[in-house]
Design a protein around this ligand. Structure first.
Ligand code: BTN
Length: 265
């Protein structure tokens, strides 16, 4: 099934690099891990690994990512951004914008919004998670970055732990969604927004992010990963490099580079 999905998407692909080449594997631990292994053996920028099922799918901050077999889009793209690592946050933001745009084209008139840094939300529920992992620690500017996308497409049932927070394109659109054209569109959209960051047009990416930022102007609490630390403030937008700007009660504007927006006041 993975191979026919790849073949059908390739027939529709209009990218220069993303999805070229693209490998489909029926089952894998994590596509991010498999793509990093491929990159270490010389996979070019844009090389993509797609699977129908992950046994150890990875989420942000060491969490797991689970998705029903054969119903979703689970893939990772090899990037060789040649950017300073302090700008990797922009890649995260660009990926969120790109996925939201491709998703919205399918579920219109529903809007696809973003929860910083790059969760894609439909009707206030998460439909896509994005994980960027860098294989070399900063400050190595030649790092390989793997961009992993887990998009809930045709899954209609979620485990109890996700039942109140997760959704899929099928649930939002009220009909099954064909995956091959969506995959081709996602790769096109990801490549376009990635190129914008590269060619110095990150401003357009930041502006597109801001218009989709679900919490803009609202009060939110951010939890620092792996700690009990939390910061509450009004969401002001993002910085030049993609960090979240929060104005706290004393009027200070703080830049947050990592964390989860986990609660709402
Ligand atoms: C998140 O925590 O929101 C990020 C989830 C990212 C999941 C995708 S699925 C494809 C790729 N491979 C992985 O192991 N994770 C990413």
């Amino acid at each position: 099934m993975a191979l026919s999905l790849v073949k059908n998407a390739q027939d529709r692909l209009s990218t220069d690099h993303f999805g070229r080449p693209m490998r489909g594997v029926e089952e894998v631990g994590s596509t991010n891990e498999r793509a990093a292994q491929w990159a270490a053996k010389g996979a070019p920028e844009g090389a993509t690994v797609l699977t129908e099922y992950q046994t150890t799918g990875r989420g942000r901050h060491g969490r797991e990512w689970t998705a029903e077999k054969g119903r979703n889009l689970l893939f990772s793209v090899v990037l060789r951004p040649g950017l300073s690592p302090d700008r990797f946050g922009l890649l995260t933001v660009a990926a969120g914008v790109a996925v939201a745009e491709a998703v919205e084209a399918v579920v219109s008139p529903h809007s696809a919004l973003l929860k910083w840094p790059n969760d894609v939300l439909l009707e206030d529920r998460k439909t896509c998670g994005i994980l960027l992992e860098s294989s070399l620690a900063p400050p190595d500017a030649d790092a390989v970055v793997v961009l992993g996308v887990g998009l809930n497409v045709n899954q209609s049932d979620f485990p109890a732990s996700l039942a109140d927070t997760a959704t899929s394109l099928r649930l939002a659109a009220g009909r099954p969604v064909p995956r091959p054209p969506l995959l081709a569109q996602l790769l096109q959209s990801l490549e376009r927004r990635y190129e914008a960051v590269h060619t110095g047009d990150a401003a357009s990416v930041r502006a597109a992010f801001r218009t989709r930022l679900a919490s803009l102007g609202a009060t939110r609490t951010l939890h620092a990963p792996g700690t009990d630390e939390a910061l509450t403030g009004t969401v002001q937008g993002i910085t030049e490099t993609g960090a979240l700007r929060l104005r706290t009660a004393d009027g200070t504007v703080t830049e947050v580079h990592a964390g989860d927006v986990t609660s709402q006041n």
